[in-house]
Unconditional design. Structure first.
Length: 220
DNA sequence: CACCAGGCAAGTA
DNA sequence: TACTTGCATGGT
């Protein structure tokens, strides 16, 4: 079986098992930006508390966050952890969007995916995963998001090379799938759902997981 | 108590 | 270039 078929079959398997996930969990593209920074190495449960704090203060808004003092922002996002660095990272991201896109996320969506990605990666605090999450879930660009679960699940089942890192894994997915933002959106969401349920770091074998029968697959 | 969670950048050799 | 460490809160 060709690799592309395997990746497409896994998608169908996960979709049938878990159903549509309706990601990203946010009410607006701006909330996606904020969530993408806040969720760095952090559980979504903690992120939600921080987002709720901002929402209750009417601060889930570009201009409002822009004018909010750094220290006050840090205090409000405290439940998400790393609040010192994350407050700075959010400010850095907003500053770039203001400068390069006039503070308009729709302008980011109108830019080419490649150019927009470069702009995002130039921000201190935005790495490949955060950039791609923003491109896909806030701007609707067709880029595949590779997160910790993607690494863990697909390595554990020998579906990507052991030593492969972000860009290589992303290329494998994008070569195997049609370029379709809705598909990339749903696939990543399903991988996270699978990871949460069956592929925890501390669980070496994915007992009962939908990919169990693939455990002995091989791939260069 | 130890360990983990939807990363990233800076420091070290 | 290839590792290591700091950042920090809340849940299991």
């Amino acid at each position: 079986m060709a690799k592309g078929e395997t990746f497409r079959a896994i998608y169908q398997l996960l979709l049938a098992r878990f159903g549509p996930q309706h990601w990203w969990p946010a009410d607006s593209p701006f909330e996606v930006l904020v969530g993408a920074i806040l969720t760095q190495n952090t559980s979504w449960k903690n992120v939600r508390q921080a987002l709720d704090n901002l929402r209750q203060h009417g601060l889930l808004d570009f201009a409002a966050l822009e004018s909010l003092p750094l220290e006050e922002l840090a205090a409000l996002i405290k439940p998400a952890g790393y609040h010192g660095v994350k407050a700075r990272r959010l400010k850095n991201l907003l500053a770039m969007l203001r400068r390069a896109y006039d503070g308009d996320i729709a302008a980011l969506a109108r830019d080419t995916p490649t150019a927009a990605r470069e702009q995002l990666l130039a921000v201190n605090g935005v790495g490949p995963e955060t950039a791609d999450a923003i491109l896909l879930y806030a701007a609707g660009h067709a880029v595949f998001v590779v997160d910790a679960y993607t690494h863990r699940v697909f390595r554990r089942h020998f579906l990507v090379p052991e030593e492969s890192e972000y860009e290589e894994i992303q290329s494998i997915f994008m070569a195997a799938l049609p370029t379709d933002a809705a598909l990339f959106n749903e696939y990543h969401a399903l991988i996270v759902e699978l990871g949460k349920r069956h592929c925890k770091k501390t669980r070496p074998l994915c007992a009962g997981c939908p990919l169990e029968h693939l455990q002995h697959n091989e791939m260069a």
